[in-house]
Design a binder for this molecule. Structure first.
Ligand code: NAP
Ligand code: MG
Length: 504
């Protein structure tokens, strides 16, 4: 049952059309009793590498800790792969490709993908808890978004596996061979599904490295691959930090490499692979503009803006981290946003009421803190609610900067945290120019009542995804990917499959 935090009488603010919402007096927030998710994440004390269908100890005998960023406690030990382990993984993937997987008809591969999806659904709560403990995202997100969406990607690609003649109408497609994949920590299981499902549906085999701070759900998925009876070597997981990623990317066996992560590391990989004939997909950083016009339904837009940047602590490549707001409604939108973020619950991610969980690591918290300090120093006006943060763990208050100009670092650099920078515009052309004035081009949002304006904006915005009157919506059928320094290649949909095959 909810209990009231303060004895003061609560007056809920109500906005009248055209007027800024009244200030909410802090302390009026109803507090809920703790409601931790109780499903058992079934963690092992130690996770080995997954090579050739088996869990194997790393050749070096070395392990590193995975910690819970919500309280800094150790969760498990993870094997540290060496170059020799990466090589063993690639040899297994090559043998599996040559002898088994490339010879199976698509309808047989589909059965494995269906099985993986079903087994993941069966263990959905357990996976959601493991994802939240290891990565820090609120349980309501891992439970309602990450895990179901990961299963949906396996289902979707299972459906494609026996229909590959329709991927490129009029042409025949063939798998590429072995693919090497490296993924980041913000959506560990979902990025894994985005990478594995299309590769397997198309008939490729895989060596993948998850991020150092979030390897657990990847290695739990290996248990599902075993239970699904996936032939040994079709999927191999090697764990460790950046050097292991570099070994996965630079090995001679893979015909294709797929990377999701920062633009900085993407560029290093592209440089090292320049001149080879390897196919590449790069899903890199972003600095999306969420653009609100004066005819937009403002309350709905405020929800979309909040979802766009504070969802998953802003650890989202396509986060709407820049708000471009039409001048006539700028004050009203700012007042509504301030009211809204005062009632976001920041705290233990395993609690079902938590809106903003833990920042993934100490390093990431340091990066956010220093970029926010630069915003203050450069003269932008900062607003943070006065919410209490847990004393242990890595947390950051939702933060809004107003009075931001295009030259400020908070308007240009990817912060990858719960920080929104607000800029204003007067005309459609100014909005387009400001939105496109970035090295990135992953996503954008447009809020307006006019369909014609949505069509114009989505044509002119240099962004791989443009959401209209909504934000951060995903579907396996819909391709996702970037322009400019946000990368190239697409994941999801028919287009995503094209990146895992050759036309013959
Ligand atoms: P990151 O530092 O680039 O790391 C991504 C992955 O690459 C991790 O597994 C990392 O290992 C590994 N890695 C590090 N150095 C490497 C190297 N020299 N060679 C090969 N692999 C290397 O990115 P992050 O900080 O984890 O993730 C956040 C970034 O990912 C943001 O920029 C975000 O925008 C981007 N992202 C993009 C998309 C998209 O679809 N476009 C989706 C999600 C995230 P360790 O972490 O284990 O050291
Ligand atoms: Mg962790």
């Amino acid at each position: 049952m909810p209990t009231l935090a303060s004895e003061k009488k609560t007056t809920r603010p109500s906005a009248r059309p055209g007027r800024p919402a009244p200030e909410l007096i802090f302390g009026d927030l109803w507090e809920f009793d703790p409601a931790p998710e109780t499903a058992d994440p079934k963690l092992k004390a130690r996770y080995e590498l997954f090579i050739n269908g088996e869990f194997v100890a790393p050749k070096s005998g070395k392990y590193f800790d995975s910690v819970n960023p919500a309280n800094e406690q150790k969760l498990a030990e993870i094997a540290l792969a060496s170059a020799a382990d990466v090589d063993a993984a690639y040899q297994a993937a090559k043998a599996a490709y040559d002898n088994v997987w490339s010879k199976l008809p698509g309808r047989e591969r589909a059965k494995y993908l269906f099985r993986i999806a079903r087994l993941l659904q069966d263990r959905a709560r357990e996976f959601a808890v493991a994802e939240t403990l290891d990565g820090g995202k609120p349980i309501k997100e891992s439970r309602d978004f990450d895990v179901p969406m990961a299963a949906a990607h396996f289902f979707y690609h299972a459906g494609w596996a026996d229909k590959l003649d329709y991927v490129a109408p009029g042409r025949r497609v063939a798998p590429l061979g072995v693919v090497g994949q490296v993924i980041p920590w913000n959506f560990p299981l979902l990025m894994l599904a985005w990478k594995l499902a299309p590769a397997l549906a198309m008939g490729n085999t895989v060596v993948l490295k998850p991020a150092e701070t979030t390897s657990i759900t990847c290695l739990k998925l290996a248990e599902i691959l075993q239970d699904a009876g996936l032939p040994p070597g079709v999927v191999n997981f090697v764990t460790g930090a950046g050097e292991v990623g570099a070994a996965v990317m630079n090995h001679p066996i893979p015909a294709k490499i797929a990377f999701t992560g920062s633009t900085e590391v993407g560029k290093i990989i592209m440089r090292s692979l320049a001149g080879t004939d390897k196919k590449m997909t790069m899903e890199l950083g972003g600095k999306a503009a969420n653009i609100v016009f004066d005819d937009a339904p403002l309350d709905q837009a405020v929800e979309g803006i909040v979802n766009g940047i504070f969802f998953n602590q802003g650890h989202v490549c396509c986060a709407g981290s820049r708000l471009l707001v039409h001048e006539p409604v700028a004050k009203e939108v700012l007042a509504k946003l301030k009211n809204r973020i005062k009632v976001l619950r920041v705290g233990d991610p395993i609690d079902k009421n938590t809106d903003i969980g833990a920042i993934n690591s100490k390093e990431q918290l340091g990066k956010i803190t220093s970029l926010v300090a630069s915003g203050v120093k450069e003269g932008a006006e900062m607003f943070q609610p006065a919410c209490k943060l847990p004393t242990k763990g890595f947390y950051f208050r939702p933060t809004i900067f107003s009075g931001v100009s295009m030259s400020h670092r908070v308007a240009r650099e990817e912060i990858f945290g719960p920080v929104l920078s607000i800029l204003t515009f007067r005309t459609v052309d100014e909005a387009i120019e400001k939105a496109n004035n970035t090295a990135y081009g992953l996503s954008a949002g447009v809020w307006t009542d006019k369909g014609s304006r949505i069509l114009k904006m989505s044509t002119e915005l240099k962004a791989g995804v443009v959401w209209a009157n909504t934000y951060n919506k995903f579907d396996p059928t819909s391709p996702f990917g970037g322009y400019k320094e946000s990368g190239f290649g697409r994941e999801g949909g028919r287009q995503g499959l094209l990146d895992y095959c050759k036309l013959v």
